[in-house]
Ligand binder design. Sequence first.
Ligand code: NAP
Ligand code: MG
Length: 477
Amino acid sequence: MQFNHIANAAVPAASGRTLPVIDPSTGEPYDDIPRSGPEDIDAAVRAARACFEGPWSRLSPAERGRLLLRLSLKIAEHAEELAAIEQRDCGKPTKQARSDAAALARHFEVYGGAADTLCGETVPSTNGTSVLTWREPHGVTGHIIPWNYPMQIFGRSVGGALAAGNCCVVKPAEDACLSLLRVAELAAEVGFPPGAINIVTGYGHEVGDALARHPGIDHISFTGSPRVGTLIQQAAAERHCPVTLELGGKSPQILFADADLDDALPYLINAIVQNAGQTCSAGSRVLIDSLIYEPLLERLGAAFERLRVGPAAMDLDCGPLIRQSQLQRVWDFLSDAQAAGIPMVAQGRVVESAPEGGYYQAPTLLRDVPVMHRLAQEEVFGPVLAAMPFHDEDEAVALANATPFGLVAGVWTRDGARQLRMARRVRAGQVFVNNYGAGGGVELPFGGVKSSGHGREKGFEALYGFTTLKTVAIHHG
Ligand code: NAP
Ligand code: MG
């Protein structure tokens, strides 16, 4: 039985209700989490406020940073335990679960080091007035976290918010809570005061909604679907609460005929297979110069056929999807593709030993996907790659920009001038040239344009979003 983490205490939902925790590799329940409600969010917000106005504000930025660094070391010590928790809860292959735990530690390391480096400015002024700006924390920040990378998204969002001096109330996805509840315990062990980090579990439409509406929340960081992102922003608008939204993408990988295909191929595969395609920055479209369309599809197809899917602990190319409804969502996309006559190039294979109740989907490569088809427009959030040809640079740009999203793009070419032109012309928050994903990129500011959202997390840039700027003008004659 799991409990909410409020003011460093393990507490059940006030209602006493619970939800089952399911292992996606088997479809079997193995634990319970609180099914919390608005009253539990209220208790967490009050704990966070008391901490913010009490012990947290009395810490110097350097002391705050040291606490984050201590937590980073503690997470590193417990990395295997955290990876094992995440593996069972989310169906992550071992390598993925370990890399998520490492990224979590790294986020607290980066933000621990940055906590005492956040500076304001002095503004040139006249008439005997000195003007300076201070970066102040918002106060109590709300963090709504999806199920695809709970540890990484907690690290980037809560790590940045704490470093900037905020206290946090976190609502993980109900499918992916366990690792974060354990991290909150570790934080208490290394000395985070009660109320600095609070975690309340339950359904999005119950506790997530209560968090977004709570008048005691001063800033909301949301990662998830565009649909819920809209609801969050509407709720926040009622009281003019600032929000950071990270809403996913339909990110293109663009291959010109002069690209080094040997280099590109592993990146193209990994960008859609990693975490079984359940990645906001998944490279889910591949736009290919018509001169190399057929030979590249042949190589991609052969690589897809070698991909293997199975229980998380087997550590294959893909584990299961998170839940039955996500599997059904991918099936719906694939049956729409079939009905539209979109050709399938190749599929990987689910291993025979995979339990019947698990949520397994073979990676699938589709070709000639029409630009306006939902497979080229919407986030599948499964291991499905849509290929389409282009004939010149203008068409490549037009296709790349022809979705509602703008999160990440990959450009593959040896032509230096084209690299720069493409990086300028593609609308996205991040553009990778001759690589993709850049190893997790904790230091790289991340976020989108258009329906991919707004605001930036990761990197130093995130700290600005977790603060508000105060201008102080002192007249001294
Ligand atoms: P989602 O519904 O947007 O969930 C994201 C988070 O928001 C979860 O913690 C969820 O809680 C919470 N939530 C749901 N309804 C809410 C509401 N009315 N008010 C406040 N919070 C609410 O996403 P999903 O159902 O997990 O996945 C659906 C699709 O979203 C995916 O197929 C994918 O396209 C996209 N997605 C994108 C990302 C990304 O990184 N950009 C991540 C995940 C999903 P519960 O899950 O507990 O209900
Ligand atoms: Mg689970």
